[in-house]
Design a protein around this ligand. Structure first.
Ligand SMILES: Cc1cc2nc3c(=O)[nH]c(=O)nc-3n(C[C@H](O)[C@H](O)[C@H](O)COP(=O)(O)O)c2cc1C
Length: 377
């Protein structure tokens, strides 16, 4: 099969739908026990989990993170994801827009997202490897204009590229390009990982450049090393490096990555994604310091197996769970929930201790975030 951008994107969708592509390593979100409050002094009906993101109000702290676009066959997928995001008042990202920058005739497969989601937050997407190859402010502006985006996500995927046959492993110059884009672009920049997790070192570097938002996309969900290794096997070729333990175990687990991002950028926006599968996962990530949670693969699978109705059911269920978790934690809002007490399990606590993060550090960072959001604490 031809190895251009377009067939590869279709292949990714097929492999992620049909094959076991999620990491065996857990997100460690299940090690967050939010303290139950038997006396919440609230009516469940008054719990309001709406959040502000990029100057717009989302009805719930949830986002469908970027997946697709760039081929006529996926236009319908993007249209459906967008319609459901708009109905629920949650944010939505598009997949890498490289294909449409190289071939403007497929731009409508991305543009359809803004057409179907006229009012909610829409996030454009470009990959760091393209920035290393010379993409800069001009391409970033084109990506944003294409979908009238509220923000641009730049994705980092060095693990995927390292195991992809003919992957783009050059990450030199990415920081400089991100700085140029942050300085020149009219909308905020999100830097996101793609399933192996941001680190506190990376977040600190990026925050110093003015990046306003971080989508951690940690280990425990869709695993791109696995996707690339499975694709190579199917084509009867060997990946450039023998994968061994990398396929399931390389990366920063989502729970750790959320705490690291919050501590490294106390007043910035943090999105928790990578293996978020329930509203309870989302609530746990919020207690660790996330503003909102993101899902990718479960949304795609629900849509392609059960249509928009199944996707809407999945996401509505998650939103209801976040509301109930907030209620049972005695919180009347998402920011309240962020500041509620929790007990961490031994593995997560040890990981954070090794990374030099105490619960006190995290609480201070979360209070700084709440203050930045205008909540009195
Ligand atoms: C089919 C598919 C395609 C994806 N394509 C992109 C992409 O083009 N750009 C990007 O930033 N992330 C991409 N991702 C990564 C997701 O946005 C997300 O970070 C990752 O899958 C982890 O979330 P999950 O465990 O909920 O799937 C893709 C994910 C899937 C499942």
């Amino acid at each position: 099969m031809e190895e251009g951008t377009l067939p590869r994107k279709l292949d990714h969708i097929r492999v992620t739908l049909e094959r076991p592509v999620e990491s065996r390593h857990p997100t460690l979100l299940s090690e967050v026990r939010i303290v139950h409050q038997p006396l919440p002094e609230l009516d469940l009906g008054e719990v309001d989990v709406s959040v502000e993101l990029f100057g717009k109000r989302l009805r719930a702290p949830l986002m469908i993170t970027g997946m697709t676009g760039g081929h006529p066959a996926v236009r319908g997928i993007n249209a459906s994801l967008a319609r459901v995001a708009e109905r629920l008042g949650i944010a939505i990202g598009v997949g890498s827009q490289r294909a449409a920058i190289e071939r403007p005739e497929v731009a409508d497969t991305f543009r359809v997202v803004r057409e179907e989601a006229p009012t909610t937050v829409v996030v454009a997407n470009l990959g760091a490897p393209q920035l290393a190859l010379g993409y800069g402010l001009r391409e970033a502006e084109r990506a944003v204009e294409m979908v009238e985006a509220d923000a641009l996500a730049v994705h980092l995927n060095p693990a995927q590229e390292a195991f992809q046959v003919e992957g783009d492993t050059n990450y030199r110059g990415v920081l400089r390009a991100i700085k140029e884009i942050v300085d020149g672009l009219d909308v905020p920049v999100i830097v996101k990982e793609t399933g192996t997790g941001l680190s506190r070192e990376a977040v600190a570097q990026l925050r110093a450049l003015g990046v306003e938002c971080f989508d951690v996309s940690g280990l425990g969900g869709t695993n791109w090393v696995k996707v690339e290794v499975l694709r190579a096997q199917e084509r009867g070729v060997r990946p450039p490096v023998e994968p061994d333990g990398f396929t399931d175990y390389w990366g920063n687990p989502t729970a750790v990555a959320v705490a690291e991002a919050r501590v490294a950028a106390p007043d910035a926006c943090v999105i928790a994604s990578g293996g978020v599968r329930t509203g309870l996962d989302a609530a746990r990530a919020i207690v660790l310091g996330a503003d909102l949670a993101g899902v990718a693969l479960p949304a795609l699978r629900a849509l392609l197996r059960g249509g928009e109705e199944a996707l809407e059911r999945l996401l509505r269920g998650m939103i209801d769970q976040v509301r109930v978790a907030a209620y049972l934690a005695g919180a009347r809002s998402t920011v309240d929930l962020m500041l509620r007490p929790a007990v961490l399990g031994p593995r997560l606590a040890a990981e954070l201790a090794w990374r030099g993060i105490s619960w006190g550090d995290l609480v201070r960072a979360k209070i700084a975030r709440a203050a930045a959001l205008g909540r009195r604490v």
